[in-house]
Design a protein around this ligand. Structure first.
Ligand SMILES: *Cc1c(COP(=O)(O)O)cnc(C)c1O
Length: 356
């Protein structure tokens, strides 16, 4: 039996989008390949509200996160962590020999604009990383307020992880002055895993030019220069299958309408939060609760593993807690093409299983 996924990636992919993945191959050095990438870029610019260059990477989102911190840090990176994915970004800096400091918030809480201001005012840092939507804790950072503070430090490169939020909530890259905004295909964009997408500013490119060891595969400057010189092609062979599907899925996203899509995500989030508060409690500070997934505190001490086994019999899969939160929390994703009716049916089933 096919299972409906309510996990924060990979998400369910529509049949028609899956079919596009099996489009016949074209040469990656052809005009068709250039046209395909250009078409994707134009649509992605709308989804990201930016005029910056769009770059695709045949990797998951982590590849571009590693590429960003390594390619653009000359002095020292300030990594703000509110959970597992912020911690990962710090490890990437460490393992690549990039000087970095980590500024952690308690899990369930956001990065505050004050923390960012205090850190950047030291003048020690030339790059900052922020997790927009922390998928382990279900916290969505107050990005507007954080961006206001970062604007005070125009020499700092602003990197934003929107892997689990882009396509499900509004991220206005240009208005927020984000230099590198990163997303993956398998979350709110509703595609199979295997490709990552970023926007990159001229400022970030200029910064990369001053960095010596940018690595090879994830050297963002090399990618950028190749796109510019070779009319939207890549140094190595990209996943053309993903590109066919992405180009098509972006049409569907724009057809739904970005605002409609964001409202649909918000409505699902509100519904799940109300259910969680009635029956359990929220792990995240509610003021910062995510619109794309909800992390629920297992206040009734149920067996999350057992719940998932029973849900599978009904054709549903939800997520247990991340890492150390495995049994302490569980997570329900409400992203990509999921509808409010599907969320209602899932919660109804959970109510029946748990006798809530
Ligand atoms: C999933 C996720 C990542 C990692 O993305 P991959 O595509 O799996 O490499 C990074 N950050 C956040 C917030 C995520 O949810």
């Amino acid at each position: 039996m096919k299972k409906k996924l309510f996990i924060p990636g990979p998400v369910d992919v529509s049949e028609d989008v899956l079919k596009k993945m099996s489009t016949s191959m074209i040469g990656h050095r052809t005009k068709e390949a250039s046209d395909l990438q250009r078409s994707i870029s134009q649509k992605m610019m709308k989804v990201m509200y930016t005029k910056n260059q769009i770059m695709l990477s045949t990797s998951s989102g982590s590849g571009l996160m590693e590429g960003a911190v390594r390619s653009c840090t000359k002095k020292r990176a300030a990594v703000f962590s509110i959970g597992a994915f912020g911690d990962r970004w710090f490890d990437m800096a460490l393992y690549n020999g990039v000087p970095a400091d980590k500024f952690s918030s308690e899990w369930g809480s956001p990065t505050t604009p004050e923390m960012v201001d205090r850190t950047l005012s030291t003048g020690k840092y030339d790059l900052i990383t922020i997790t927009h939507n922390e998928t382990s804790t279900g916290v969505m950072n107050p990005i507007e307020e954080i961006a206001e503070v970062v604007k005070k430090y125009p020499e700092v490169i602003f990197c934003l992880d929107t892997v689990s939020s882009l396509g499900g909530t509004k991220i206005e890259v240009d208005r927020l002055n984000v230099d590198i905004c990163i997303a993956s295909t398998q979350k709110c964009l509703g595609l199979p895993p295997g490709m990552a997408i970023c926007s990159i500013s001229e400022k970030a490119i200029e910064a990369a030019k001053k960095v010596k060891n940018r690595g090879y595969y994830f050297d963002l400057l090399k990618m950028y220069e190749y796109i510019k010189k070779k009319d939207h092609q890549y140094p190595s062979t990209p996943s053309l299958s993903h590109m066919f599907a992405l180009d098509y899925q972006l049409d569907k996203i724009l057809e739904e309408g970005l605002e409609n899509r964001f409202i649909r995500h918000e409505n699902m989030a509100k519904y799940v939060r109300a259910w969680a508060k009635e029956n359990f409690s929220l792990f995240a500070d509610e003021k910062y609760a995510s619109n794309t997934l909800t992390t629920i505190k297992n206040s009734k001490n149920i067996s999350v593993a057992e719940l998932n086994i029973k849900l599978k019999e009904h054709g549903y899969i939800i997520s247990n807690g991340y890492g150390i939160l495995k049994e302490q929390t569980f997570r329900i994703a409400h992203m990509a093409e999921t509808t409010l009716d599907e969320i209602k049916a899932l919660l109804e089933t959970i109510n029946n299983i748990l006798n809530l």
